[in-house]
Design a binder for this molecule. Structure first.
Ligand code: ADP
Length: 158
């Protein structure tokens, strides 16, 4: 089965990576879609985010990464995905994720959204937390792969 894993990934964290690995174990194929959201100002360009993800997922079987503008359900249809994969960290994610899942069902009820619960040790991890810690020079190497940490540190020293 092919799972579509859409997100901003600005940047990819070990939380995302864990979801991709488990998605690959469960479904065989994971298509990671970096959504270019015009209403969200990204820290990293879409090209850079794609590079980060491709690099980090090199050894995960059945993984592919694409950039996508538009509706998730259209992306799923265009790429013949069987389901949409999302992650849940806390109740605060749940409300938003449920709304998005219902919206997607209302647009195309062919797609189920499957949620994987975060690993406990990744439950605090989000792209924005990593960026906040990096901004103040804190340790981020347990949050993101090495080359992403370097990119974040470079952002803050330039
Ligand atoms: P979006 O802007 O679409 O929410 P994100 O890159 O923030 O994109 O997140 C993509 C998906 O990954 C979301 O479903 C989010 O809940 C999930 N996710 C993010 N961080 C983690 C984590 N630490 N553990 C599990 N899932 C996560």
């Amino acid at each position: 089965m092919k799972a579509l894993y859409p997100g901003s990934f600005d940047p990819l964290t070990f939380g995302h990576l864990d979801l991709i690995q488990r998605g690959s174990d469960l479904f065989g194929e994971v298509l990671i879609a970096v959504l270019e959201n015009p209403s969200k100002k990204a820290t990293f360009s879409c090209e850079r985010r794609l590079e980060h993800i491709k690099n980090a997922t090199r050894d995960i079987p059945g993984c592919r990464t694409i950039a996508f503008k538009g509706l998730t359900v259209d992306c799923a249809r265009e790429h013949n995905a069987d389901l949409i994969l999302r992650g849940l960290r806390a109740m605060s994610d749940f409300e938003y994720e449920l709304q998005v899942a219902h919206t997607n069902r209302s647009l195309n009820n062919q797609y189920e959204t499957i949620f994987l619960a975060t690993e406990t040790h990744h439950s605090f991890l989000s792209s924005s937390v990593v960026k906040e810690v990096a901004r103040f020079g804190g340790e981020i190497r347990h949050m993101v792969p090495e080359f992403i940490a370097k990119d974040l540190i470079a952002l803050n020293t330039n």
